[in-house]
Design a protein around this ligand. Structure first.
Ligand code: PMP
Length: 371
């Protein structure tokens, strides 16, 4: 039976976004933290959720002040930047935080500018909010081409310039100098002479190498800057769905207009607070994951691959004469990585020591005679 649906024309033929969800030995395709929470963390979350469930006849706190304060504390420890809880906003994953930004500042006859290659959800946020999606290319080494970004933003009177740092899928971090230049260059260049906003997506911020500073350090001096973060990656809580951002109070007030009432459930708030109370334990694995990343980069380079410098928990490596064959060969051995980014490159997330060993031996088997 065929039904005629009044689907929006621009959504016709579109597929839902998502990487394959397969049962494999090593899941190295969506940049998760490979370590499950400890029993102590699981217990705390379970207790907090039990308490929240006992009051579940009531709507949750709409402005979640306790969670915002705990996130501000976390950022102070992680990046040395002390923010007021009112400068923090949160939602169900940084995907939703980003959607709030697009809903408040994008929209019809407005534009967002990004730097390709980058996170493949960005065009979807734009499509879903009817915002024009304008892209410029990154430099050959995948750093930002600031002049290109500024001219594209100026030509389209963009409300937002959105850059992932470290970038997905390349792992490239943006320098503070570049972020400063963007913030300064967008002054007065937004719709009707407003200040365009620079959104730095630091989903992988905690994995940055020593000496690389977070854009959070610029917030005090740049009020057209927004920095987004997530508990999904370094913090090892992808299943919780908690993303957040830091910005000026005026920006947060704008986001409060477009959020759905009670968008963060009492269960999510309780679980996130409980997880944050174990921040030292959850952050302890980050150093080891960074080490594994750097070791794998060295190993891949020794095998003759080009490996893009990464400040994230994944590596982009190539070139592969037939990347799909390599991807499929690895999958056949229980190793799932990602076909994404430049056509002849593949992206592998950093897993446990055992998963990295399996990845290496599998890659050697799959490419024997062809690489
Ligand atoms: N930004 C980037 C650059 C990402 O790679 C991801 C996840 N793949 C996200 C944001 C979304 O993360 P989440 O919604 O889980 O917070």
């Amino acid at each position: 039976m065929s039904t005629s649906l009044p689907l929006r024309k621009d959504l016709s033929g579109c597929q839902p976004y998502g990487a394959p969800e397969l049962e494999v030995t090593a899941r190295l395709n969506v940049n998760e933290n490979p370590y499950p929470p400890s029993d102590a963390v699981t217990e705390s979350i379970a207790e907090a959720v039990r308490a929240a469930a006992a009051g579940a006849n009531r709507y949750p706190e709409r402005e979640f002040p306790a969670l915002r304060a705990a996130l501000a504390d976390y950022l102070a420890v992680e990046s040395g930047v002390r923010l007021d809880p009112e400068q923090i906003w949160a939602a169900n994953g940084s995907n939703e935080v980003m959607l709030h930004l697009m809903q408040a500042f994008g929209g019809p006859r407005r534009a967002v500018v990004t730097a390709n290659p980058t996170y493949s959800m960005y065009p979807e946020y734009a499509r879903d909010t009817f915002t024009d999606y304008v892209t410029v290319d990154r430099n050959p080494d995948f750093t930002l081409d600031i002049n290109a970004l500024l001219s594209a933003a100026s030509e389209s009177a963009a409300s937002l310039v959105l850059v992932a740092s470290p970038n997905n899928p390349t792992g490239t971090a943006a320098s503070l100098q570049d972020i400063r230049a963007l913030c300064a260059g967008l002054r007065g260049k937004g719709p009707n002479g407003s200040d365009g906003l620079v959104v730095v997506d630091e989903a992988y911020g905690e994995f940055r190498r020593g000496g690389v500073a977070s854009a959070l350090t610029l917030l005090e001096t740049h009020d057209n800057l927004v920095v987004t973060r997530t508990m999904s990656k370094a913090f090892g809580m992808a299943g919780l769905r908690l993303g957040y951002l830091a910005a000026s109070r005026a920006i947060i007030d704008a986001l409060r207009i477009v959020r759905l009432p009670y968008h963060l459930s009492a269960i999510t708030q309780a679980a996130a607070l409980a997880a944050l109370s174990h921040r030292d334990e959850l952050m302890a694995q980050i150093a080891h994951l960074r080490e594994l990343r750097d070791d794998l980069a060295t190993w891949l380079t020794e095998q003759g691959y080009t490996v893009i410098d990464s400040d994230a928990n994944f590596l982009l490596f190539g070139p592969h004469p037939d990347r799909h064959a390599v991807w499929a060969g690895l999958l056949g051995r229980g190793v799932l990585i990602r076909e994404v980014g430049p056509e002849d490159y593949l992206r592998v997330s950093i897993g446990t020591d055992t998963e990295m060993d399996l990845f290496k031996t599998s890659l050697l088997e799959v490419t024997r005679g062809t690489h």
